[in-house]
Design a binder for this molecule. Structure first.
Ligand code: SF4
Ligand code: SF4
Length: 285
């Protein structure tokens, strides 16, 4: 079973909830797909055993074969190629490849009439594998300055072990990296906080999950701050509230020390196991 933990907004305590759920269950594989800023390892402290570089394919042009016909640039919908034909017989032409814009679709390579393009690896980050006390752990790390995280997220997700209960820590927001992370989930937990910003972003996240037809429920973190509009919204939309975590100075202190909620407050384990039971019985969305 694959459970993703997401939040429309950053800073809601999504990773705390994902980590605490993982620590409350057996036979878990934890996958941190927040590849731009992975931080679950701070709480789970896994021993990293292996590191593999992650790549995407980008075109490399053989200018000796190229006739500067321009077809590759015409087909590229991402404007990742610019063909500069020779100005006169004495000057060489060139093709500029803007690698960061390339989506590795392969169209230019397939359509070049001179077979002047081959695909080569470009490193975008790394995938690290390890284990924590009671679970397998994998996270992706996108190289600094790299713009596109979905290719790395998809490569991280290729490591999913169907024999395990897989907990995916998704990036915050509702854009492409989130979709790449939560797709194929059996259930998604949306972590929010009861503030106007939290509710606004929760509504957007709910729309995404309904479109993807992934069943979901909500965890309200710092539940006694803010107002009751989030709860009322969930009631109106018939969205299950899986858990409410109160705002407590002690919880914030534990979090700031890099400790998981259930390690400092073991009484919460029962609640997280209860969430898992609810999830197992959830109907498809
Ligand atoms: S399609 Fe091939 S031959 Fe034409 S400009 Fe591009 S690389 Fe050169
Ligand atoms: S592989 Fe696709 S996205 Fe990349 S340069 Fe070629 S056509 Fe453009």
């Amino acid at each position: 079973m694959i459970i993703s933990v997401a939040s429309g907004k950053g800073g809601t305590g999504k990773t705390t909830i994902a980590v605490s759920l993982a620590l409350s269950l057996e036979n878990v594989q934890f996958i941190d797909c927040d590849v731009e800023e992975p931080n679950a390892h701070i709480f789970l402290k896994p021993a990293i055993k292996e590191r593999k570089k992650a790549h995407v394919l980008v075109p490399e042009i053989d200018l000796a074969k190229c006739t500067f016909c321009g077809k590759c640039a015409q087909i590229c919908v991402y404007n990742a190629l610019a063909v500069l034909p020779p100005a006169d017989n004495n000057k060489k032409g060139n093709i500029l490849v803007f690698e960061q814009l390339c989506h590795s679709c392969g169209a230019c390579t397939a359509l070049c009439p001179e077979n002047a393009i081959k695909e080569v690896n470009r490193e975008i980050g790394a995938i690290e594998y390890g284990s924590s006390i009671q679970m397998d752990f994998i996270h992706g790390k996108l190289n600094i300055g790299e713009a596109m995280s979905p290719p790395l997220i998809r490569q991280v997700k290729q490591q999913i072990n169907p024999e395990k209960t897989v907990i995916i820590d998704a990036p915050p927001g509702t854009s492409c990296p989130v979709i790449a992370s939560i797709q194929e989930s059996d259930y998604s937990i949306l972590v929010t906080e009861p503030t106007p910003f939290g509710l606004n972003d929760l509504v957007l996240a709910v729309e995404v999950l309904r479109k993807l037809k992934i069943p979901f429920g909500v965890v309200i973190n710092r539940a006694d701050l803010g107002n009751d509009k989030t709860e009322k919204y969930c009631q109106k939309e018939k969205i299950p509230i899986l858990m409410k975590v109160p705002f407590k100075k002690e919880i914030a202190q534990v979090y700031s020390k890099g400790e998981a909620l259930v390690q400092a407050f073991p009484e919460y384990r029962k609640e997280f196991r209860g969430i898992f039971e609810t999830i197992k019985n959830a109907k498809p969305g």
